[in-house]
Design a binder for this molecule. Structure first.
Ligand code: B12
Ligand code: SF4
Length: 467
């Protein structure tokens, strides 16, 4: 069969992205686990035009909640052309009934066991409506199909070594989406990390782990990193703050070429961290923890969330200074989003605080889909935008770039330069995160059909994976 795998996307910034940094791994992983007899193409709606007139036998769409409207629009258009359209990913896993209105079949949970069965059923003309994927054994997973990635992505080597996370933060779906903590054999991961059929040296050099919490199982990560040393790569990952107390691990991270770690710091409020169930974070030790990592020349990227019950406008805006103060090299600033399948959704739903008439566009991480406790939804949005503008002002961005240039190893300093430069340029161009209440309903965001092709935004500006 001919299969088109599509990663749906909706532009999140006013003018899209200026540069496409890192791709999702989902499409190229699904392509890799598709039996070889099938002919697969992978489209990323953020950079590719989608061929509605495709001659594929099967269209398979993956999407996050914030991009559901794009996925549903695509499915509707493909089905008008008589195509069989299936879907999977975090949104359909929690919104089965809704998704079944748009797709011929859905795969919930992980695909490794269910996807081959679905494909066989399509061939036998016996497609069922729901395929329930189970947490897979990660031994023997193939190398992602990097050859199918569009050239627009700057970094290409995205890898997954583990699945799951032992923590249970209230806003996160990982504990139910990828239950348990599972590992790929180190030798399999090293094969992927060594893949070098890329055009540019940095695409061969940089390895970006798309794991939930790569460092949590110490014997495993230490074995993996020892194996990484001879590969001479620059690598990045997500991790939890406990790594800062493990100097042996940090030394090994440095030795094996780590240039960046993403920490979910989330908040500077004690009550907010309790609301988040983020017991692994201690505010009093943020600065010290960041310094321990930076001492090894590794850049600290960190996520912060605006909209906990104890947040007010000022506490949100204050984060711009607080994150500078603790030494963060690249901040990622989002708004609390009540994703289905999370404890925070259950709480807000029970309290009647989900704004039911806000569609999935409001679930892109930059919009408000619930009623905050200490302010109106508009005030939360305004406070987030004020935080974003202050954090990515030229003054703050340059300070971070210069600090990184003088204190971090080369790859980490490049990272700080590119990422801060990327956001500062957006700030200067006024390319702000889109306020969906001003766009939704205009028909501009939800995947326009242009000459039989679908784009993600009005101007067809390439919209990128943003971090
Ligand atoms: C890597 C990652 C990122 C990366 C890459 C993003 C990307 N587009 O891929 C970065 C850091 C950029 C990122 C950003 C964001 N992310 Co993110 N991210 C992840 C993470 C940690 C791993 C995803 C992954 O690649 N897994 C490995 C691949 C191989 O597996 P997979 O994608 O899960 O797909 C499997 C199954 O779902 C299924 N499947 C998926 N699609 C399909 C399609 C078909 C047809 C089939 C059959 C099966 C199938 O099969 C796959 C194999 O089993 C997950 C957490 C998690 N455990 O899922 C969060 C997660 C996906 N992210 C999430 C969110 C919210 C975001 C942001 C909106 C955050 C923000 N505030 O800005 C942004 C969006 C940015 C963007 N432009 O896409 C949420 C999504 C929740 C939801 N319901 O939508 C998750 C689940 C984390 C959470 N908070 O709960 N993210
Ligand atoms: S530590 Fe990260 S991945 Fe783990 S549950 Fe919390 S937010 Fe999710």
């Amino acid at each position: 069969m001919k299969i088109d795998l599509i990663i749906a996307y909706i532009q999140r910034y006013e003018f899209g992205h200026e540069r496409d940094f890192v791709p999702p791994i989902t499409g190229i992983h699904l392509a890799a686990i598709t039996p070889e007899k099938h002919d697969v193409r992978v489209f990323h709606q953020q950079v590719d035009q989608i061929e509605i007139n495709s001659n594929a036998d099967l269209i398979a769409i993956s999407f996050f909640s914030g991009f559901a409207n794009a996925a549903y629009n695509l499915a509707t258009e493909f089905r008008k052309k008589g195509k069989t359209v299936v879907a999977g990913g975090p949104h359909v896993t929690y919104c089965e009934e809704e998704a079944l209105q748009y797709f011929d079949a859905i795969v919930t949970g992980e695909a490794e066991n269910a996807w081959p069965i679905l494909l066989e059923d399509v061939e036998l003309n016996q497609l069922k409506r729901i395929y329930k994927g189970s947490p897979c054994d990660m031994k023997g997973l193939p190398t992602p199909r990097y050859d199918l990635l569009p050239n627009k992505f700057f970094v290409k080597k995205v890898i997954q070594a583990t699945r799951g996370c032992p923590f249970s933060c209230s806003f996160c779906t990982v504990p139910s989406l990828n239950p348990g903590f599972r590992l790929r054999p180190v030798e399999d991961v090293l094969i992927d990390a060594s893949y070098d059929r890329f055009k540019f040296w940095w695409q061969r050099k940089v390895v970006w782990f798309w794991d939930d919490n790569l460092t949590i199982r110490r014997p495993y990560i230490k074995e993996l990193l020892k194996g990484m040393i001879p590969l001479n790569k620059w690598w990045l990952t997500q991790a939890s703050m406990d790594i800062a107390k493990d100097s042996d691990l940090l030394d090994l991270m440095k030795e094996s070429g780590c240039i960046g770690v993403f920490l979910g710091i989330e908040s500077f409020g004690t009550e907010s961290l309790a609301d988040a169930n983020k017991r692994q974070n201690k505010i009093s030790s943020y600065k010290e923890a960041v310094a321990e990592i930076r001492k090894r020349g590794i850049a600290v990227m960190a996520g912060f969330i605006a909209g906990f019950d104890n947040d007010d406008e000022q506490s949100i805006i204050n984060m711009a200074d607080q994150l500078m103060e603790i030494g963060i090299d690249v901040p990622f600033l989002s708004i609390m989003t009540p994703f289905r399948g999370t404890p925070i959704y259950t709480t807000l739903k029970m309290e009647g605080r989900i704004i039911e008439d806000r569609n999935w566009n409001f679930y892109n991480g930059y919009n408000v889909a619930f009623r905050p406790k200490k302010m109106t939804e508009q005030k939360l949005l305004d406070a987030h935008r004020a935080l974003w503008k202050k954090s990515f002002s030229l003054k703050y961005s340059l300070r971070r770039i210069i600090r990184a240039a003088f204190t971090l190893r080369m790859g980490a300093a490049f990272l700080a330069l590119f990422m801060n430069g990327f956001y500062a340029y957006k700030r200067v161009r006024r390319n702000y995160p889109i306020d969906m209440s001003k766009r939704t309903g205009s028909g501009m965001i939800n995947g326009n059909i242009l000459d039989g092709k679908v784009s993600t935004g009005p101007s067809q500006i390439a919209a990128t994976v943003s971090l």
